[in-house]
Structure formats: C-alpha cells, structure tokens
Design a protein around this ligand. Structure first.
Ligand SMILES: [Zn+2]
Length: 377
C-alpha cells in the first residue's frame, strides 16, 4: 500500500471514515462497504429508476421485481386467502408470471402490443429472465417509443385492469387495450420532450487572460481515466504569459477530486519554489475551490492535502484561488491527462511539451473558445 507522507500544515494523523465523501459515518455506506467486501453482485434492478416512464410506474416495476405485488399464491402463503387459483381464468395458480403474461386475459393484451420478434420469443422465458429481457430492450417500436417503456406500461395496465375486474367486477377493455397503452406511453414521451426542448442553450466565448504586472498565474487540473487511474497537471506563467514551469503527475488510483486536490498542492509547491509572491490560481473544479475558500470539514477524507494547500497559500503575499471553466484551463487539462497512466510520480517541465504548444499560443493571443450554456428563462 502506498500512503503519501504528510506535508507541512497537513495536521496530525486522525481516523477518518473513508466510505463517504464527507468523512462522516453512515449506516448506508457501511452496508455498501460490506457488500463490496463480500463481493456480492450489486442488486440488479437499480436501472429501473432510469427507465423512460413516470415515477408511479417505476415504483410499480420496483415492487414487481422484488416480488412485492400480492397474487393469490402469495396471499395463501401468508394465510390471507385459501384459494391460490387465478380469479379470471380459474385454470392456473395466480403467480406473478401467470397474472402478467400467461393468463389468457393478459395474452390478449400482449398480442396487441408485441411487435418485435425478440420480444415475442421472450414469452418462453422464466419470470426474472422475461422481466430482464424486456426492461433492457431499448429498441424503438411504435412511433419511436422504446420497448422497455411500452413493456412496463403494458404490465401496469394488465395489473390495473385485473384489479378492476376482480374487485369491482369491471371487464377488460380488450378491443382498445393496445390503443390505451400506446396513447399513455406516447403522452408521457411528448410531455418529456417538451420539458427538454424548453431549456434553451446559448454559446458563450471564453479566453485565458494574462495576470497583471508582478503577478503569476497558476492553472491546475486533475483527470481520471476509465480504469480509475488519476493524473494531475499544472502550468505557471508570468504577467507576459510566458511559461515559467509546468508539471504532469501520475497518482495511481483515486477519485477526480483527489486528482484536482493534488494538482492544486503540486502547483502551489511549484509556485513557491519559483519564489512567486503574488499568485492567481485558476482551477475548473468548483467543489475544490469552495473547499479551499470556505474551509474543510474536520473529517473530510482529503483534509490533510487541503490543509497543506491552505498552509502553502498562506506563504504568498497574495494568493487568489478562483474557479474557471474548462475552456480557460485547457493547458492544465492537457497536462493532467498526460499524467493518467504514465509512470508514477511527478514530472516537472522547464519547457512546454509539444502537445500543449497550440493551446499555449491560443492563450497568449486570448483566442476565444466556445462553451454551450443552458439559459433559464
Ligand atoms: Zn388466469
């Protein structure tokens, strides 16, 4: 295990709960940590909450997948009823799969909506495979509706109509059932497209700017690769925009915030080594800038790194740490990405490496870079 030693100002060692982002213990995080340790598969139905369906249908689907919808078979098991048979066809026990798929009344509804071959074949699968195959099917069917959404709507209506038939004596609306289902799914789709379309966007132009006379500017950034490896990078420039020094670091495995925090610490060390007195720091992590400027919780997992940053910051005559958009921080962004997956350690650069020259020249000329922003009207 590789534990970096503390730096000046990082404070005494302390025990911190590492399973939450704020360092505070919670039962939920302990449970998740235990599951991780035991190597259990994550519960496979979380994707339900991301399906393109209304919240009440998500809740219905969630209960269905957990086996919480009471059928006669379940009610007999719990001594709430004595007859497990299907109250519609009276031929089979009323299980979940019978109620939603195999009962002749349900089959009639499915016949009106199933339009994909793969889905027709899934009618032979057992309960959980059938649920999984259909709820994971994103293929478009009627008018671009996704099948997974139509599937859940159909299950919902079959269940609802069955309850009406059993408890209120109403009959199934067989002839128009598919129309009711598809209209409901379509209405939901249209209502949601409307809410996305109403968010207007506009383009703004941003550019890096030189610091005032006697000031230095430090741009820092962190990056994380798909394999969990993190890197950090930074560049120190003077009032004329000239490269003073830069670095790229490979930090092993970690989170994006860890990468950003180490980028800031290494950058401040670099500025201190170069005897800068007045420093402006730009960083595109708003979370990190807030932590540094507004104080760090005693139990924060990154407390020692952040306290070292604050200590170093106090060594300059002035040191302003600001949040900027990524478009302004491009050179540091490129250097931090270089660090991801490189040999462990920090690589300092007295001259700019070739891959950042173009971005440096753009910064020097204050060339604008575009950014799309969402406007609230
Ligand atoms: Zn039946």
């Amino acid at each position: 295990m590789h534990i970096p030693v503390g730096f000046e100002g990082s404070g005494p060692d302390r025990i911190i709960w590492g399973e939450t982002s704020n360092g505070c213990f919670s039962v939920k995080s302990a449970y998740l940590a235990l599951i991780k340790e035991e190597n259990y598969d994550a519960f496979p139905w979380y994707f339900i909450w991301k399906l393109p369906i209304p919240p009440k249908l998500k809740t219905f689907m969630w209960m269905l997948c957990q086996g919480r919808i009471l059928t006669n078979v379940e009610r007999v098991k719990r001594r709430l009823a004595s007859d497990p048979s299907c109250p519609i066809c009276h031929e089979h026990p009323e299980t979940l799969i019978h109620m939603l798929r195999d009962c002749p009344s349900a089959k009639n509804v499915w016949n009106g909506v199933v339009c994909l071959d793969t889905i027709a074949r899934s009618m032979q699968l057992d309960w959980y495979d059938w649920l999984a195959a259909n709820t994971h099917c994103n293929r478009p069917c009627f008018d671009g509706l996704k099948w997974c959404g139509v599937f859940v709507y159909t299950c919902w209506y079959i269940w609802k109509w069955r309850n009406m038939a059993v408890f209120n004596g109403n009959f199934y609306p067989l002839s128009i059932s598919s129309k009711i289902i598809l209209d409901a799914a379509n209405d939901w789709k249209i209502a949601n497209i409307g809410s996305v379309a109403s968010r207007r966007t506009s383009t703004i132009f941003l550019s890096w700017s030189k610091p005032p006379d006697h000031y230095f500017k430090l741009n820092v950034d962190g990056a994380r690769g798909p394999n969990g490896l993190i890197g950090a990078g930074g560049v120190l420039r003077d009032h004329s925009g000239t490269w003073i020094s830069g670095f790229s670091a490979s930090l092993g495995n970690g989170t994006v915030l860890q990468a950003e925090a180490w980028g800031l610490l290494l950058g401040l060390q670099l500025a201190s080594k170069n005897r800068c007195q007045h420093l402006i720091v730009e960083c595109d992590s708003e979370v990190l800038v807030n932590l540094i400027n507004n104080g760090v919780n005693d139990l924060h997992p990154l407390r020692s790194v952040l306290c070292s940053c604050q200590f170093l910051r106090g060594q300059f005559l002035s040191c302003d740490i600001r949040h900027v958009y990524r478009e302004i921080n491009l050179v540091a962004d490129l250097l931090s990405k270089d660090g991801v997956g490189a040999d462990l350690g920090v690589h300092f650069m007295e001259q700019p490496p070739p891959q950042v020259i173009n971005a440096l020249l753009d910064d020097l000329c204050a060339s604008p870079r575009s950014r799309t922003v969402i406007c609230d009207f």
